[in-house]
Design a protein around this ligand. Structure first.
Ligand code: UDP
Ligand code: MG
Length: 321
């Protein structure tokens, strides 16, 4: 156990790091400066996501002289979401702060965010109101993505992509992260019934190294959005959505086929060459498939919840429980 503090630290800072050797010394001193003057005890959990530069060596040296710095080193690059997850698993604080290692976020925002959390919010999301990134390939796609995510999830935030966020630890420890899902934590958390808010934070241009992402991330985020939306609304009742569409499809197909049979038998119409026939058949087959997928989903859902003894609800507290 790397933590030497005698009591449970209240604040855990989780930093994902992938090839950020130039930033690390600055990050460490800025973070330490803010946190030592901050009233609460803290721990910094640096997760080296398979860096190929000197990042790990630097972190290890810093950690050797500072027990409040804990370092986790991945075997290879597993991605930022995995790095966050590793940090969340190890965090011992009551609150968890996530922050980027590249100095684009400002640690001096942490006390404000914490103050907001203390007002009773379980998630306080940073909003890079004056974001210092390129417009065309970063800010514009991100603007569209934020609108879309807000609309689809019903949780309205200006900046889902900002890493600087504060979470009450029990909230993130309850959420399993896959893919690029870390940016959706506020949405998933809000589904669990926790209070989410946002707050403008500072943002600086990247000084050292390169951004690890390009425009291609937008597509992955969009795909994840579909997953999240589905999980939010139908993960415990897949038959409700697939079954409904399946039934509609079968009924429409059936009506079309009935009509064609009718005119064939009564008027001896030539229905073999009609596109409508294809449509009718297509809709029936599609409907049967939808219902099949719904049933499959029900089986998978039961396996998921029952093998893991997972509850389909989240309890806030119990009295005499
Ligand atoms: N990062 C990581 N693993 C990755 C990619 C990025 O741990 O596979 C870290 C990176 O070191 C940085 C943070 O995640 O601390 C955000 O990455 P970046 O600054 O490249 O993203 P941007 O700010 O450009 O969106
Ligand atoms: Mg960055």
């Amino acid at each position: 156990m790397a933590v030497a503090t005698t009591h449970n630290p209240l604040l855990s800072i989780v930093v994902p790091i992938y090839n950020e050797e130039e930033s690390i010394p600055h990050l460490y001193s800025r973070l330490s400066e803010v946190l030592t003057s901050y009233a609460q005890p803290y721990e910094i959990i640096a997760v080296d996501d398979g860096s190929r530069d000197q990042s790990f060596a630097l972190l290890r040296d810093l950690a050797n002289s500072d027990p409040r710095l804990r370092v986790v080193r991945f075997r290879r690059n597993f991605g930022q979401t995995a790095a966050f997850a590793a940090g969340f698993d190890r965090a011992q604080g009551e609150y968890i702060v996530t922050i980027d290692a590249d100095l684009q976020n400002d640690p001096r925002d942490i006390p404000q965010l914490m103050a907001r959390a203390a007002e009773g919010f379980d998630v306080v999301s940073g909003w890079r109101a004056r974001r210092q990134d390129a417009f065309i390939n970063r800010k514009l796609p991100s603007m569209i993505a934020n609108r879309l995510i807000s609309w689809v999830t019903g949780v309205h935030l200006h900046d889902y992509g900002c890493s600087l966020k504060v979470y009450r630890a029990e909230v993130v420890k309850n959420i399993n992260l896959y893919g690029e899902l870390h940016r959706f934590i506020p949405a998933v958390a809000s589904w669990q019934g926790v209070a989410v808010t946002e707050m403008p934070v500072h943002h600086e241009a990247r000084r050292y190294g390169k951004s690890k992402y390009g425009i291609s991330r937008t597509i992955r985020v969009l795909l994840d959005l579909i997953t999240v939306r589905f999980l939010l609304s139908y993960s415990t009742r897949p038959m409700q959505i697939f079954g409904l569409w399946g039934l509609l499809s079968i009924l429409t197909g059936f009506a079309i086929s009935l009509y064609l049979t009718f005119i064939k038998l009564l008027y001896d119409a030539d229905i073999g060459s009609r596109p409508l026939l294809l449509l009718g058949v297509l809709l029936i087959i599609l409907g049967v498939q939808f219902i099949g997928i719904g049933l499959m989903g029900e089986l998978i859902m039961r396996t998921y919840y029952e093998t893991q003894q997972k509850a389909i609800y989240v309890v806030r507290e119990e009295v005499n429980g």
